[in-house]
Ligand binder design. Structure first.
Ligand SMILES: [Zn+2]
Ligand SMILES: [Zn+2]
Length: 155
């Protein structure tokens, strides 16, 4: 399949690169070598995965098994960090949306600047939120509170 694709590519390039051009041969052999090496690595990995349960207790693999365990632990830690960061980001976006909504006049739809209590366009009272939610633990405090009383995070 790959060879057909490659053949097609080479045919396409035929008018630029004659078949006996050493550059063609160079390109062809180098691509083939890197393809074969990739496949070789994949096969090693497959063999390793299948053999791992039987071989992991043998002393000769001890270093590799130790590192593999370390890498797997690290991976799950980083995946948890990623998820936590995603959660905080979406909470922040949600809070920003809510603030935008709160600053939008219920009467005339004008978006007012921060800190404004009445619409600058029509004088209607804005539905400002009086609570702020901790992004870490979800506890709710009066607006203006600087640190979460539950977990100490800056609000
Ligand atoms: Zn208004
Ligand atoms: Zn908190």
């Amino acid at each position: 399949m790959t060879n057909d694709l490659f053949g097609g590519l080479m045919k396409g390039l035929g008018s630029f690169m004659p078949k006996d051009d050493p550059n063609v041969k160079l390109f062809q052999t180098q691509s083939e070598i890197s393809e074969l090496k990739n496949r070789e690595l994949q096969l090693y990995a497959e063999i390793g995965k299948k053999a791992y349960p039987e071989l992991k207790d043998q002393a000769v693999y001890a270093d590799l098994v130790t590192e593999l365990n370390f890498i797997q632990k690290k991976l799950s830690t980083v995946q948890e960090d990623l998820q936590a960061a995603r959660n905080i980001k979406s909470e922040q976006e949600q809070q920003e949306q809510e603030q935008l909504k709160a600053r939008t006049c219920p009467n005339c739809d004008t978006l007012n600047p921060e800190g404004v209590k009445f619409c600058q366009e029509c004088g209607a009272k804005l539905n400002l939120s009086t609570k702020v939610k901790c992004l870490e633990c979800g506890a709710v405090f009066p607006i203006g509170t600087r640190f979460c009383g539950e977990c100490g995070r800056q609000l």
